[in-house]
Write a protein that binds this ligand. Structure first.
Ligand SMILES: Nc1ncnc2c1ncn2[C@@H]1O[C@H](COP(=O)(O)OP(=O)(O)O)[C@@H](O)[C@H]1O
Ligand SMILES: [Mg+2]
Length: 232
């Protein structure tokens, strides 16, 4: 089986002329966990947004062998589950359970099954009992968890999480790394949290100024760029 994500020479400039990606090559194998590290503004989020076609630069992006094009977008988005850096942009239904079940309902599942799967996903992220609450009343960390539940409920092949431990309390961070470590999916985790990266990923890719500066074992890459535990 080939890689689940394969990116070649990806370049992207924002409309204001900012060159955010300057030729990125990247591969992710099935079931592999990779941490994307790098300074603020180095291009990590811009890169992630290409993986399900929210942005489209020059170069090639293939998901499970499928080129990301307007025609393949629907299929691509079933394969790639993305939790955004800003959970507010992901939550929009009146209640938590409706939000978590939204994608499943959209796929045409029966309401009872949607409800059941949404409850399981809420349990996975430690948010049991919040189904009837309004997402916009939740704390930032709780919103993060609900956004993740909505993605987990869809059971995508590849999970892309942008700074998922931000706003989570320490027990929440540990619970998230335990959960992710035990999920069979391939994972791309954008993070500045080295203990979290170490616990969940076998490899790190370090972004610098729109390019991949280095990749290798998480500890090695963190140490090389002074992002190890001592540096924190
Ligand atoms: N909507 C935008 N318009 C213009 N420039 C942007 C936009 N979003 C991000 N950028 C710029 O693109 C570069 C990469 O940003 P980003 O991918 O968000 O970095 P990271 O996620 O690594 O912090 C930065 O210079 C950032 O300022
Ligand atoms: Mg970012």
């Amino acid at each position: 089986m080939g890689p689940v994500v394969e990116v070649r020479s990806l370049k992207y400039s924002y409309p204001d002329g900012t060159e955010a990606l300057k030729g990125v090559d990247f591969r992710l194998e099935a079931g592999e966990g990779v941490a994307l590290l790098g300074a603020n503004g180095s291009g990590k989020t811009t890169f992630a947004l290409h993986l399900n076609g929210l942005l489209s630069g020059s170069g090639a992006v293939r998901i499970c062998g499928m080129e990301v094009t307007p025609a393949s977008l629907a299929a691509i988005r079933r394969k790639v589950g993305m939790v955004f850096q800003d959970a507010d942009s992901q939550l929009f239904m009146p209640t938590v359970i409706e939000d978590v079940g939204f994608g499943l309902l959209n796929q045409g599942l029966a309401p009872e099954e949607v409800c059941e799967r949404a409850q399981i996903a809420l349990e996975q992220v430690g948010m049991v009992g919040t189904g009837s609450r309004a997402p916009h009343h939740l704390s930032a960390g709780e919103k993060r968890r609900v956004a993740l539940a909505g993605i987990l409920a869809l059971d995508p092949e590849i999970l892309v999480l942008d700074e998922p431990t931000t706003f989570l309390d320490p027990p929440g961070q540990r619970a998230l790394s335990d959960l992710l470590r035990n999920l069979p999916q391939a994972k791309i985790l954008i993070t500045h949290d080295m203990p979290f990266a170490l616990a969940t990923c076998s490899r790190a890719v370090f972004f610098h100024d729109g390019s991949v500066a280095a990749e290798g074992p998480v500890e090695e890459i963190a140490a090389r760029f002074g992002w190890g535990f001592a540096a924190r």
